[in-house]
Write a protein of this length. Structure first.
Length: 336
């Protein structure tokens, strides 16, 4: 069954019943068991088959997992497309989703039952929120027993006062909040571009302390791959994200602009940090700093966004401070 036929069937089904939550799972060259565990964590939630929609986007894996998924029957939608990367896979899922809310899940991760049920209850109880933000854990089983809502604010207000987690798997969000927003295809760090744009569209968000998402950090993943060419591409793509977010500042309201500028400064700080950690070269660092200066991202804005930010800004503003960071940050990173 090709993508066009599946999309057609979805549009026909939408005439009779809209699911409450669409779960968009992205899969590429992983053990099928991981994918099934991910699907099972969704099926274990207190959503009926009519209330949930599970969409698996296979981004051109060498071996299709379709045979292993047959026993799920019509409980999920499986789409296999030519390999185009994570952004394109998620965009395909967005285009197919019919649920009121969307949740991205990477196929090697899974949802933690009690904590995610808490997040579902927030929208079940009529909170009328555009997003529910939750936390991550690297522990595959649940240990948290109590949960609470920390606050309700707009997305822009949240970004003005908090350091956000950029990952797109860290929240449940209303589909209509997206508008025309999609992931930029073919880049790393696509979440860092997508999430702040989604937040400034959200009029009301709920921030929770629930550790609802299990993140499996596997060797060879995008974030751990040590290939030099990929390191360079990650840094180049990060600079592209900064540039596009800054361009967006000219087209949004004042509060949104201020929130985006704060996020851009934080991402610039992270860009310098990653340059130090990944390249470990004073020459490479000087070259990247000069590029940031020419683009108008450096020096970092003189703002007290956080204690860490203020400390880092002062250290990077002079050659001696940068040399000290170059010698100490890789050691601290290795210890963690």
């Amino acid at each position: 069954m090709n993508l066009q036929i599946i999309s057609y069937l979805c549009s026909q089904n939408m005439e009779t019943a809209k699911p409450w939550v669409s779960f968009i799972l992205t899969y590429y060259n992983l053990p099928v068991q991981m994918l099934c565990e991910c699907i099972d964590s969704i099926r274990a939630l207190s959503l009926t088959p009519q209330e949930r929609e599970i969409i698996v986007i296979d981004d051109g894996s060498e071996l299709s997992p379709m045979n292993a998924l047959m026993h799920y029957g019509d409980e999920l939608i499986y789409v296999r497309q030519k390999n185009q990367g994570l952004s394109a896979a998620r965009n395909t899922g967005i285009g197919m989703a019919t649920g009121q809310y969307l949740q991205f899940v990477d196929a090697d991760d899974h949802l933690l039952h009690s904590a995610y049920e808490y997040c579902l209850d927030i929208i079940r109880m009529g909170a009328n929120v555009d997003m529910v933000l939750f936390d991550f854990t690297t522990k595959s089983t649940e240990s948290q027993t109590t949960f609470n809502n920390q606050f309700y604010v707009s997305g822009s207000q949240y970004m003005l006062s908090q350091n956000i987690h950029g990952t797109a798997c860290g929240y449940l969000f209303r589909r209509t909040t997206l508008g025309e927003l999609r992931f930029t295809a073919g880049i790393y760090h696509e979440d860092e571009e997508f999430t702040p744009q989604l937040l400034i569209r959200a009029e009301k968000i709920c921030v929770t302390n629930a550790k609802a998402y299990y993140y499996y950090k596997r060797p060879g993943s995008i974030t751990t791959n040590a290939d030099e060419a990929k390191k360079k591409k990650r840094l180049d793509d990060s600079l592209g994200v900064l540039t596009r977010l800054r361009e967006l500042c000219d087209h949004v309201a004042q509060d949104d602009r201020t929130a985006l500028k704060r996020r851009i400064a934080q991402l610039t700080m992270d860009y310098i940090y990653q340059t130090i950690i990944q390249q470990r070269s004073s020459r490479a660092l000087d070259k990247r700093i000069e590029q940031l200066r020419q683009e108008g991202f450096f020096p970092l804005p003189d703002q007290n966004y956080s204690q860490k930010y203020t400390w880092f800004r002062r250290m990077t503003n002079n050659t001696l401070g940068r040399r000290l960071l170059l010698h100490t940050l890789p050691l601290l990173s290795k210890e963690r």
